[in-house]
Design a protein around this ligand. Sequence first.
Ligand code: KIV
Length: 273
Amino acid sequence: MSTYTVTDPRKVTTKRIADMRQSGEKIAMITAYDFTMATLVDQAGIDIILVGDSASNVMQGNATTIPITIDDMIVYGRTVVRAVKRAMVIVDMPFGTYQGDPIEAQRNAVRIMQETGADGVKLEGGREVRTATEMILRAGIPVMGHLGLTPQSINKFGTYSTRAQDESEATRLLADAKVLAEIGCFGIVLEKIPAMLAAKVTQSISVPTIGIGGGGACSGQVLVLHDMLGLNREFKPKFLRVYNNLGEQIIDSVGNYISDVKSGDFPNADEQY
Ligand code: KIV
């Protein structure tokens, strides 16, 4: 039984997200990539659904987010949008679609918006993607930033360990957050950075921060659905709270079904015509 009740059934917009930050209401965001899951998390009352490029890992079985393509993201995005009535839907721009020519970045973001029906896009990075971000914003597309551990740069980092632990990286991250907020991003994901730094960023900018391993002072939180449901049983970072053991439940259920088929117990007299 859920402990949460939706009080406002209207569609969540960038204005609502800004109002939530203003009023101190925490923003709940989660990933989804398919129709069934998106329907359920929307019914649960989630504020933002992120069609994350983590689909590369949890849907496609890749080791990183590098291989997923814009065509893949459009299929996942369109499928989620079809399911959702209330939540805001944000689609990740995948690796290689915005780091180069800003005009191409704008074209790719327009394509994602037109072909999925999403409410905005998310992209990783700070000042190095400033011009691309500005071009996308200029097209009237809401942009969510993403700083700290940015998985599309994993080959540059060489590790998934906590970012911005030293002063120079922390200073750079804070400056990047200020730039993203000033140019018009409606929110910024802060992934795997010290909680004190995330708190400082949250106090220093006028748009909401959404933490994933960013601590409790962020304006909201995001988790990958498969991780928090216990479907992805190998992934256990400190920041993850696991709310269910669906992985075990699926294995048990399918195992029981196999036993019933093999023993002839299924179907019984009531389960046939
Ligand atoms: O792709 C994703 O799921 C993300 C979240 C981890 C924020 O970017």
